[in-house]
Design a protein around this ligand. Sequence first.
Ligand SMILES: C[S@@+](CC[C@H](N)C(=O)[O-])C[C@H]1O[C@@H](n2cnc3c(N)ncnc32)[C@H](O)[C@@H]1O
Length: 296
Amino acid sequence: MTAATPPASDLRAAIQLRYGGRAAAQVALDEPAAAACCGTDTSCCAPRPTGVNAFSEDLYDLETLDGVPLKAALARLGCANPTAVAELQPGQIVLDLGSGGGLDALLAARRVGPSGQVYGVDMTDEMLSLAWRNAAEAGVGNVSFLKGDIEHVPMPDACVDVVISNCVINLAADKRNVIAEAWRVLKPGGKFAVADVVIRGGLPENSPFSDALRQDLYAWGSCVAGALSDVEYLAMLTAQGFTGARVDVLRGHTASDLFPSGLPDYATLEPAETVNAILERFASAVVHADKPGGVT
Ligand SMILES: C[S@@+](CC[C@H](N)C(=O)[O-])C[C@H]1O[C@@H](n2cnc3c(N)ncnc32)[C@H](O)[C@@H]1O
């Protein structure tokens, strides 16, 4: 990421305000979260008909959601289903970075079974309350939600078999810290399998629109402005020591996925076709990598 970005403290404050509002609205009104994280709808009280935005629609099949409390299913704000690709096994310890309303943690808890354990980490109090509430409603005992920043995970070294995450790492101010923490908490032989937004080929250099996008706090909170390129993701994982890193793109996005209420004013800095071509580089993907070692 070369263009200037907002200060980390501003990013954290904006993200907590935004997701705190989403979670509190759902708890207080006992209704699905309004427009989801990903999507730059400035009226956060304007839910799409399903309560879930374009990024988060159609991520989980009905069989997967069978038995999950409706409110937990509707609280999803992700961009893929990391539990479907993480090859979770009974008895494993799983960490979900940025667990939000807890849907992926609940699905992972089901996959690892009673001999396994799932931890969700989130920095937003209202999201943690919502996740605990959803776990209680689901009657799931092998899941815990911890307050913390994914750049400083409140867990000991080498205690986790699999790190999952869903549309959160793009929100972190310093992604290198997140990857270093995932490495630290993973046991040797552990897996990193996260869903995230990536920019295929990155943003163009010398692009006024791209530079303004990187500065846009609202677009950061929408899982757009903070996304890494596929190349950056792979380079960071490899530099940390992970092996077998790969980015599997699941679906590309359009300008209207990313900005459902219309393009921001700074989109006029470049011709419409240039802006659309830049936004079409954004995609939802699953990023895989392995921490070498462990039992052979
Ligand atoms: C887009 S939502 C995704 C929630 C969940 N993974 C899902 O798929 O529904 C982002 C979540 O990550 C949390 N979050 C964002 N940045 C974080 C950070 N640096 N540390 C911990 N949690 C963070 C937010 O509070 C919010 O709950």
